[in-house]
Design a protein around this ligand. Structure first.
Ligand SMILES: *[C@@H]1O[C@H](CO)[C@@H](O)[C@H](O)[C@H]1NC(C)=O
Ligand SMILES: *[C@@H]1O[C@H](CO)[C@@H](O)[C@H](O)[C@H]1NC(C)=O
Length: 298
């Protein structure tokens, strides 16, 4: 008994000594686990370590939520072994067990992953690190903008909604006005609708009064950006093109059917022949709604 305690104490002292001298300093340098993985795709995990000058690698073990699913033990007859775990299919692994590829990612693939590296006897130094992985169900369509009117005048309220497709986790939405993030006072609190299958729809309303500054070169752009971490990025933009016609009123003649060239001309300060019909001090905005869809998958 006493001998056992003594030998343990000795071992402990030796470990401390080794650490102080920087010898036998097995180190885990980096664990890479993708934080978000779209359903049905591959997840590449990697673990980098450094052995101390006197270390020999004993094992590399991979765990998910505390359960081992892969092991590399160089001195065993079968150095690399997989252990069945629901949702964890090791498709590929590197010769030293540092890299494992899981495929296909299903909902059960999400969880906490741990890489554990051990050196050989007598000390069996062990280092480990962990990181979480979330499996993402991407929305089936981009964000949609509803509630925008065809015409806005200075002083009107813009009250529009942006709604995401169904996703898991929830999609984040943000409004941009003329390319700048909309002030927080103009964006209401997002609402979430959760379905039985765990998928969510996010809605975010934008509400502000149109001021002359909102029409830049006759344009008012409303953009809704939908993101999920770094794996999903999609936006929808309504570009409202209008002019402010000072001193002329019946510019309604310049309907939405007017060509863009006409309207560009109308925006000029000195209004010429085609526009003499217009004559009122009101400031009018003619609006033409264009919908662009920008798709950027990363
Ligand atoms: C292991 O993964 C790292 C980082 O992802 C990569 O740089 C390296 O090339 C991979 N090595 C092998 C053997 O696949
Ligand atoms: C925007 O959504 C909110 C809440 O879902 C709803 O009450 C409101 O009527 C919607 N507004 C427009 C302009 O669609």
């Amino acid at each position: 008994m006493a001998a056992a305690i003594l030998s343990r104490a000795l071992l402990f002292a030796l470990m401390l000594l080794c650490r102080d001298y920087g010898a036998a300093s097995l180190e885990l340098l980096e664990l890479r686990v993708p934080a978000h993985v779209p359903l049905g795709t591959r997840a590449h995990l990697s673990c980098r370590w450094q052995l101390g000058p006197t270390d020999v690698l004993y094992s590399v073990k991979w765990y998910k939520d505390g359960r081992e699913f892969f092991r590399h033990v160089p001195r065993e007859a079968e150095p690399r072994r997989k252990f069945p775990l629901p949702g964890v299919d090791v498709e590929d692994s590197s010769h030293n067990g540092a890299n494992v590829t899981l495929y296909p990612a299903v909902l059960e693939t999400g969880g906490r992953y741990r890489c554990e590296v051990s050196g050989e006897r007598p000390l069996f130094p062990t280092v480990s690190d962990h990181a979480d992985m979330v499996i993402v169900a991407l929305p089936d369509h981009g964000p949609t903008i509803t509630g925008s009117r065809l015409r806005y005048q200075i002083g009107d309220r813009v009250q529009v909604n942006c709604t995401s497709g169904r996703s898991r986790p929830a999609t984040r939405l943000a409004w941009y006005v003329n390319g700048e993030p909309a002030p927080s006072t103009a964006q209401l609190t997002p609402t979430h609708q959760v379905f039985d299958d765990g998928l969510e729809v996010t809605s975010l309303a934008l509400d502000f009064k149109v001021k002359p500054k909102h029409f830049r070169k006759g344009d008012l752009k409303l953009k809704c950006l939908a993101t999920i971490a770094t794996v999903y990025w999609r936006s929808n933009e309504e570009s409202v093109q209008g002019e402010r016609l000072k001193g002329y009123a019946r510019s309604r003649e310049l309907s939405e059917g007017a060509s863009r060239a006409d309207r560009v001309q109308a925006a000029g300060k000195s209004l010429s022949a085609p526009l003499t019909l217009a004559s009122s001090p009101l400031v009018l905005c003619l609006v033409n709604t264009l919908i662009h869809n920008t798709i950027l998958y990363i």
